[in-house]
Design a protein. Sequence first.
Length: 118
Amino acid sequence: MQYMCLLYFEETALEQDVRDACYQESAQFAQDLHAKGKFVAAAPLQPTSTATSLRRSDGKTLVTDGPFAETREQLGGFFIINAKDLDEAISIASKIPGGRYGTVEIRPVIEVPTLPRV
């Protein structure tokens, strides 16, 4: 089963050198997961100032700059992993380097057979 691990933290709380070190450590962590057949995808996200939110209502589309919600922690990146169950997903997610700086939300991915495979 696939799980998405969403990383939330205060995007301005990390100095650039800490962020760069976390990227390097995360890349190595991804390589380690890949070697074990547990890696699907991962990426850090650009700052929320680059976000665009889209909302559809009554056949109209409203586009606004920025993230939908204003919160203390912002979505900063993600890992998609293969795990046999939630316990294994928790074990893997607990080792994600960026998790030291905030919250890791773990959610099972719904597999839709008609979606294209990467």
